[in-house]
Design a protein around this ligand. Structure first.
Ligand SMILES: Nc1ncnc2c1ncn2[C@@H]1O[C@H](COP(=O)(O)OP(=O)(O)OP(=O)(O)O)[C@@H](O)[C@H]1O
Ligand SMILES: [Mg+2]
Length: 236
């Protein structure tokens, strides 16, 4: 079943159009990558889904139109956006940051269990659970950002360049944890990445954006075999 469908989505910042026909489909429980160079419109595509920019075209989630909803309404439908730049609340502890992620929920017992699950998923965070956000390393902040997204108990998680600025081994650890989260929770994901090798460890299919337009889509296997993808995104 299709969970999310974008058809010919357009978006502008003021007079400047930056999305010019983005289409993609996320099956329920599926994981789809978005690849593309700097400025291609990857982040704007996620912002279009989460209601942070005005869009044209069609976006449906669980069969219903979500174009025109405000960000908090989109979140309430079950879409959690883990933005570029992590968004750690620096004056709050790790545990408090995780609670903030669950702000729309009232199932206290389950929230406590989910916090514990996050700390299992990212043992480094368990060691820092009382530390202020400001005391975390970049990698720890990225783990916290993903975990906070999970705490919303979404049906769809939007991950924007989760590996950005991380050492390769840390990025790999984070992606392994996200893969486990995917397997165990069944949450669908959109994974924006510059590092296609990492993205391809997680996603089933991907779409390539060029200057605001979807130019190529396929399964991970199909894309791996294409010369232009290898050259541009897979390092050879
Ligand atoms: N708030 C904004 N106001 C005006 N223009 C913007 C704004 N945010 C992004 N843009 C422009 O929109 C285009 C798409 O930007 P976007 O951030 O979606 O790209 P991206 O693919 O996520 O790039 P990156 O890989 O660098 O994160 C770029 O040309 C960018 O300069
Ligand atoms: Mg971006």
């Amino acid at each position: 079943m299709t969970l999310l469908e974008l058809t010919d989505v357009t978006a502008s910042y003021g007079p400047v159009q930056v999305l010019d026909g983005v289409s993609l489909t996320v099956p329920d429980g599926g994981a789809v990558g978005i690849l593309g160079a700097n400025g291609a419109g990857k982040t704007t595509t996620l912002r279009a889904i989460s209601g942070a920019v005005r869009v044209g075209g069609s976006i449906t989630f669980d069969g219903e139109n979500i174009v025109g909803l405000r960000p908090e309404q989109v979140a309430a439908r079950g879409i959690a956006h883990v933005p570029e730049g992590r968004g750690t609340l620096s004056d709050l502890s790790v545990r408090e940051n995780l609670r903030v992620g669950a702000y729309l929920r009232s199932d206290r017992k389950q929230i406590a269990e989910d916090i514990d699950y996050c700390l299992d998923l990212f043992p480094q965070l368990r060691n820092r659970v009382k530390s202020n956000g400001s005391a975390l390393s970049g990698g720890e902040q990225q783990m916290l950002a993903v975990a906070r997204g999970f705490m919303a108990k979404p049906r769809l998680l939007l991950l924007d360049e989760t590996s950005l600025g991380l050492a390769p081994s840390t990025a790999k650890n984070v992606y392994e944890a996200v893969g486990r989260l995917r397997r165990e929770s069944g949450i669908a994901m959109i994974v924006v990445e510059q590092n296609a090798n990492l993205a391809f460890t997680l996603v089933d299919s991907a779409t390539v954006l060029e200057t605001g337009r979807s130019v190529l889509s396929g399964t991970t296997e199909e894309l791996r075999d294409r010369d232009e993808i290898r050259r541009a995104y897979l390092g050879g």
